[in-house]
Design a protein around this ligand. Structure first.
Ligand SMILES: Cc1ncc(COP(=O)(O)O)c(C=O)c1O
Length: 339
């Protein structure tokens, strides 16, 4: 079976299983799990930031960051396609009591000028603008990446208006590999960064929130209140450390495969549009004459799973759980589809 629905379906590799099995562990709520401490230190150093916190999921790291940077009545500025707004169960309102200012822009990006216009003036009528949040890579943007210069522009804007700047970096390593950028340059421009270990990096569970020492101390308290303190979490942290040390560079294979399949899709008469492919995700739209479900059924009949994401669009995600032979099989099955 070829799994294209998400890179969250990745399973631990042999080396990762071994690292998990032999991990030194302790009670992390007491700060005594060596493997968790090692992962947190590794992440903080990698991004050149002061501290890091291992959490259960990307939703949790994002939501903790939003809560840490805002209070009820504040406003978060983000893109209308952002995960923190669309797919975290209304968590911004539920956890932080904050409102949201949604921006539009190509494939999940927006400009510093758009963000500037969205910052409210200091007036009792308006929510207080407190946080700008962006995603890189952008899931609903088909894995699109930001230009680093645009990010620097947003960072400068946030600083000059005393706003915080958060990165939902669920797939930041895909962006770093695709653009040849360094994690430490990201650490210099954001107040907080959330990274996911359980997507293309292949760990079974976990995300890390990275920031200043004071912010991560506050984040640890919020995680506790949310019931997110984990005890012998080192088994999972060891998987994350293994992924960061061994499974980042190979992401370029996923990008090459996505690019290859996008070129195959572009030659099909029943494909209306393929979003530009920059990393491991392809989003493409079908012509009106066919329904997304007809195509996913054809894939299913050929042992391939993919998601339709609304608007007659399909999403394919490439990851370490696929091999070359499966990519060739996918190509054949695409060619076989008849309207
Ligand atoms: C961009 C983005 N941010 C955050 C998340 C949330 O991660 P998790 O599923 O670990 O909560 C996801 C999950 O797919 C995502 O794609």
């Amino acid at each position: 079976m070829i799994e294209l629905r998400s890179d969250t379906f990745t399973l631990p590799t042999e080396g990762m299983r071994e690292a998990m099995f032999t991990a030194p562990i302790g009670d992390d709520v007491f700060g005594e799990d060596e493997s968790v401490n090692a992962l947190e230190t590794y992440c903080a150093n990698l991004f050149g930031m002061e501290a890091a916190l291992f959490c259960s999921s990307g939703t949790q790291t994002n939501q903790i960051a939003i809560k840490m940077h805002t209070k009820p009545g504040d406003e978060v500025i983000c893109h209308e396609l952002s995960h923190i707004y669309l797919y975290e169960g209304g968590g911004i309102a539920f956890n932080s009591g904050a409102s949201v200012r949604l921006l539009q822009g190509d494939y999940g990006r927006f400009t510093a000028n758009q963000a500037k216009l969205a910052i409210n003036k200091d007036d009792v009528h308006f929510p207080s603008s407190k946080l700008i949040s962006i995603e890189n890579t952008i899931n609903r943007g088909g894995g699109a990446c930001w230009e680093f210069s645009e990010i620097v522009g947003l960072s400068d804007l946030a600083k000059s208006h005393q706003l915080k700047f958060h990165l939902d970096g669920a797939r930041i390593f895909n962006a770093l590999v695709a653009k040849g950028e360094s994690a430490s340059s990201y650490g210099k421009v954001f107040d907080s960064i959330s990274i996911c270990l359980s997507k293309g990096l292949g760990a079974p569970v976990g995300s890390v929130l990275i920031g200043s020492g004071a912010d991560i101390k506050a984040a640890r308290r919020i995680r506790k209140v949310m019931g997110g303190g984990m005890r012998q979490a080192g088994f999972l942290a060891a998987a994350g450390s293994f992924a960061l040390k061994n499974q980042v560079e190979r992401l370029k294979i996923d990008h090459e495969r996505a690019r290859f399949i996008s070129e195959v899709l572009l030659t099909q008469s029943w494909v209306k549009e393929v979003y530009p492919v920059e990393t491991n995700i392809i989003i493409f739209k079908l012509i009106d004459a066919i329904k997304a479900e007809d195509f996913t059924m054809h894939l299913n009949e050929n042992n391939i799973k993919a998601s339709s994401i609304g608007n007659n669009a399909i999403r394919f995600v490439f990851h370490l759980g696929q091999n070359e032979q499966q990519i060739n099989q996918l190509e054949e099955v695409i060619h076989k589809f008849r309207v």
